[in-house]
Design a protein around this ligand. Structure first.
Ligand code: ATP
Ligand code: MG
Length: 562
């Protein structure tokens, strides 16, 4: 694992690049790309790939393209394209003038296919998809050759042209590479290159009714763009010989593919298919639900892009799959917010406190420190008056031995304000629930100081009831109850794995300095965690806050064990 202080990370991919530069491979150029398929919103796994590809380009003064791998019209949408652009930009990366679409290369890909047909290296197969699958063989058995495999070249050319012209129905025919049906690598058993699909494409409209398969298209895209290092996840290792084969047969520019382990995180799923299912089945409110591991969800939750980049640096890149503890991500988020956001006071589970000896119509402006971690952040004024709210949890009628907060007859410090002593408890006649406390304050303790040096252990936060803003607050917990939900989610049901308590909505009070705050603004609510103004549901009349993370850091403990 690389430490956050390390300016230039080192890993096996960078070692390969260093060697390539030393050997003047690709003329010393470094050109990477991030190639998402626009069939969903980006998740933090993509974040890892983005940081890696753009990070390497920056480190070696090379270039990184953003390319939409839009070869599958039925699952792709413009909405996804826009969200991906926004997310990459938000993460802090710039593709400059290098935004590309695989669909821009359809013509070129078609010409390459014709070239392979002419060379006797591709053929039109009339077998159905099922039949082709059936004849593919297994890891222990070779596949069976299609009866159409020996079709003469002129017939293949004619049929492929007619496929393209729209003469045939979906699934009637495919174009296949003619490689080796007995290859131990199943990907090499005459893979399908083109299928017929009369579907409208989000960019090319109805121009095409044949679409290239991923394995045929992907290597070509990298070649066309002159990519030097095609960095991808491990599952494509077995596909590399096929990409190599296509490029070698065509005799065109050949990038080098390097595979690394994808990011997996505990207590969440990381595949667009499964995330889409969560959205479609209504388990979350959308792709950007703050519980989602998507970039847009993390952003809406209040994470900074800096903390996500920091996280990606810390996990590094490896050649073997592993699952990262989500506590590390939370640690990175907290670490960054701790240094940078303003502390304010908010009460989420209010209990009324009346200060009997405080003048009824008086208000004082109390100085509060904005961020003890940042001396330049300054101070602000917080109003103090006779009626306050404190956190219900900060009072116990029967305090246990280690409880140093408020209790009958006990004194406690109100943060930045005064020491108060509880002198009375008002309860609901019927339920016995505590509804109000009566306290007295010591005017000599302004600012929370004790001129006589008496020790008061507990300090609690508060807001002035007459001045506080009533707000909605959403507390989030992990979306799944099990550590590795992907182990169980091969079926279609998430029901038994989802955490039924992943969101709690509370009505709370915040100090009036937050009036006029804008969507996306982040704060620490003292003693409660980090919160962000929701970008969708918050309005000036009714502020809505999402809790980004709680204050307690479980990662420090975990790190010690490692
Ligand atoms: P998913 O499996 O989540 O649907 P994908 O791999 O199909 O993801 P793409 O849009 O094809 O999604 O991914 C774009 C790039 O992001 C690819 O280069 C892919 O290797 C990389 N990527 C996807 N998921 C992860 C992950 N969990 N960790 C690291 N990189 C990833
Ligand atoms: Mg994919």
């Amino acid at each position: 694992m690389t430490s956050p202080e390390q300016a230039t990370p080192s890993d096996f991919i960078r070692n390969i690049i260093n060697e390539d530069i030393a050997n003047n491979k690709h003329g010393g150029r470094v050109h990477t790309r991030f190639p998402p398929e626009p069939n969903g919103y980006l998740h933090i796994g993509h974040g890892k790939s983005i940081c890696l590809n753009f990070g390497i380009a920056a480190q070696y003064e090379g270039l990184c393209n953003l390319r939409f791998d839009d070869t599958n019209p039925t699952k792709e949408e413009e909405e996804y394209v826009q969200s991906i652009l926004e997310d990459v930009r938000w993460l802090g990366f710039d593709w400059e003038d290098r935004l590309f679409y695989a669909s821009d290369y359809f013509e070129q890909m078609y010409d390459y296919a014709v070239q392979l047909i002419k060379d006797g290296k591709a053929y039109v197969d009339d077998l159905s998809a099922d039949k082709i699958r059936e004849c593919r063989g297994t890891l222990t058995e070779p596949g069976k050759e299609s009866p159409y495999r020996t079709r003469p070249i002129h017939e293949n050319l004619n049929l492929f042209e007619r496929m393209q012209a729209g003469e045939f129905e979906d699934g009637a025919r495919v174009l296949r590479a003619k490689i080796d049906m007995a290859s131990p690598n199943l990907n090499m058993r005459d893979p399908v290159m083109y299928r017929i699909l009369h579907a409208e494409h989000h960019r090319t409209g109805n121009k095409w009714c044949i679409y290239p398969m991923y394995d045929w298209a992907h290597g070509l895209e990298d070649s066309i763009e002159g990519i030097t290092h095609s960095i991808c996840t491990l599952e494509f290792e077995d596909h590399r010989p096929l990409y190599d084969w296509f490029l070698d047969q065509l005799g065109i520019y050949h990038p080098q593919q390097i595979e690394f382990a994808r990011l997996n995180l505990t207590y969440t799923v990381m595949s667009k298919r499964k995330l889409l299912q969560l959205v479609e089945q209504g388990h979350v409110t959308g792709w950007d639900d703050p519980r989602m591991p998507t970039i847009s969800g993390l952003r809406r939750r209040g994470c900074t892009s800096r903390s996500i980049r920091d996280f990606c640096d810390r996990i590094g890149v490896a050649k073997t799959d592993s699952t990262i503890d989500i506590a590390l991500l939370e640690h990175c988020i907290r670490d960054d917010l701790n240094k940078n956001v303003t502390r304010v006071m908010a009460v989420l589970s209010p209990l009324r406190v009346i200060i009997d000896n405080y003048p009824e119509y008086q208000t004082e402006e109390i100085d509060a420190i904005n961020n003890p971690e940042d001396p330049t952040a300054g101070t602000r004024k917080v109003p103090f008056s006779r009626v306050l709210y404190i956190e219900r949890d900060d009072f116990r009628e029967d305090p246990p031995s280690k409880f140093f907060r408020l209790a009958p007859g006990r004194e406690v410090r109100l943060r930045y304000a005064y020491l108060i002593t509880c002198v009375g408890v008002v309860k609901d006649e019927h339920t016995g629930e505590v509804v109000e406390l009566h306290c007295t304050y010591d005017p000599a303790t302004r600012g929370g100081n004790t001129p006589d040096g008496r020790r008061v252990k507990g300090t609690i936060h508060w807001v002035s009831a007459a001045h506080a803003l009533e707000v909605d607050v959403r507390l989030y917990d992990r979306l799944f109850m099990v550590e590795n939900p992907s182990d169980f989610t091969n079926g279609d049901s998430f029901e038994n794995l989802l955490n039924p308590d992943s969101m709690h909505i509370l009505r709370g009070y915040v100090e009036p300095s937050l009036s006029g705050t804008t969507p996306g603004s982040r704060y620490q609510f003292e003693r409660l965690g980090y919160f962000c103004v929701d970008s969708k549901d918050s309005s000036p009349e009714r502020l809505v806050f999402n809790r980004t993370v709680a204050l307690r850091d479980s990662w420090a403990k975990i790190e010690k064990r490692l």
